[in-house]
Design a protein around this ligand. Structure first.
Ligand SMILES: NC(=O)c1ccc[n+]([C@@H]2O[C@H](COP(=O)([O-])OP(=O)(O)OC[C@H]3O[C@@H](n4cnc5c(N)ncnc54)[C@H](OP(=O)(O)O)[C@@H]3O)[C@@H](O)[C@H]2O)c1
Length: 270
């Protein structure tokens, strides 16, 4: 956080999984407690303890620089009605609610409101997420920078110029962690079928996905190069990959998977 942004006031609406991860990231990045306010009618005991420990207020007298919306899509319309009066003319609204378009959020605020729509993903909980964000034309350069910094506390940030790309982002990085968890499940099931006891099968699958992910994180090599480096011609990995990489194999399956998720994201968008 820069000196400038550390003094910008940030109000978080909804301190659940995602909002809580953001809050922890901001505190770790040195955002002063006096700049923060958190509203959540029913925080988890851990969150309630954190809010109490830091003495974080529910609101302050002046409107916030950024109003961060991190509630479930099911309650967001009601929440937008509740919180719209909290925004001032210079407040940027930063929404991480899946499926809520900038236009549908803007309806709750006066004409010309600055709105950023962002799609984070689950590894934000450990500061290793990736968030794609889209800003409407009313977002100033400094508001965009501030939102970028706030989102970066949970990992990487990329900006898209076309809001419709958020559907594909949702299908890739938003839903992606679940695909990888499922990969670990399937690898464990295959390990059991290959004759390994269930505990060992699960442990091998889990550690393999963890280790490969970490290696990818630390390496400057592309995934393809990393794969090629462990694939000896005619060896065991090559035999396994020949199945995964055959026609109608994993690539086609993932293309179909992402297309289905993106389609659902478009269906759910309002
Ligand atoms: N988790 C992810 O991986 C992920 C990824 C991308 C985007 N998102 C988006 O992030 C948003 C939050 O998801 P989440 O997983 O963090 O959900 P969550 O854990 O349910 O957190 C939402 C929090 O908001 C609280 N809340 C409900 N009504 C409120 C109100 N009127 N004012 C203030 N707070 C209120 C909820 O309390 P109660 O529990 O009492 O309802 C809960 O603590 C969603 O819109 C989701 O689409 C999540």
């Amino acid at each position: 956080m820069t000196q400038e942004s550390s003094h910008a006031s940030i109000w978080l609406i909804g301190a659940g999984r995602m909002g809580g991860a953001k809050l922890r990231g901001w505190l770790a990045a040195g955002v002063p407690v006096s700049a923060l306010a958190v509203r959540d009618p029913n925080p988890s005991p851990e969150m309630a303890a954190l809010l109490q420990q830091h003495g974080i207020a529910e609101e302050h007298a002046c409107p916030p620089d950024v109003l961060v919306l991190a509630v479930k899509p099911q309650v967001i319309t009601q929440v937008l009605d509740e919180i719209a009066p909290l925004a001032g003319p210079n407040t940027a609204v930063l929404s991480i609610a899946a499926g809520r378009t900038v236009a549908s959020i803007a309806r709750h605020f006066p004409e010309g409101a600055a709105i950023v729509r962002a799609m984070p993903n689950l590894p934000a909980e450990i500061g290793r997420g990736i968030t794609a964000a889209f800003a409407n034309p009313h977002v100033s350069e400094s508001q965009r920078e501030l939102c970028d910094k706030l989102l970066r506390a949970a990992g990487q940030v990329v900006w898209v110029d076309d809001e419709t790309q958020i559907d594909a982002v949702t299908a890739v990085s938003g839903s992606g962690p679940a695909y990888v968890f499922y990969l670990a499940e399937c690898l464990a099931a295959a390990a059991r079928d290959a004759g390994l006891p269930p505990d060992l099968a699960e442990r091998l699958a889990r550690a393999t996905v963890e280790g490969a992910g970490e290696l990818l994180h630390r390496s400057h090599l592309t995934p393809a190069k990393l794969r090629e480096n462990v694939t000896s011609p005619g060896g065991t990995t090559a035999a396994g990959l020949a199945v995964l990489m055959r026609e109608n194999g994993l690539e086609d399956l993932l293309r179909e998977t992402v297309a289905a998720a993106a389609h659902r994201s478009r269906e759910l968008s309002e």
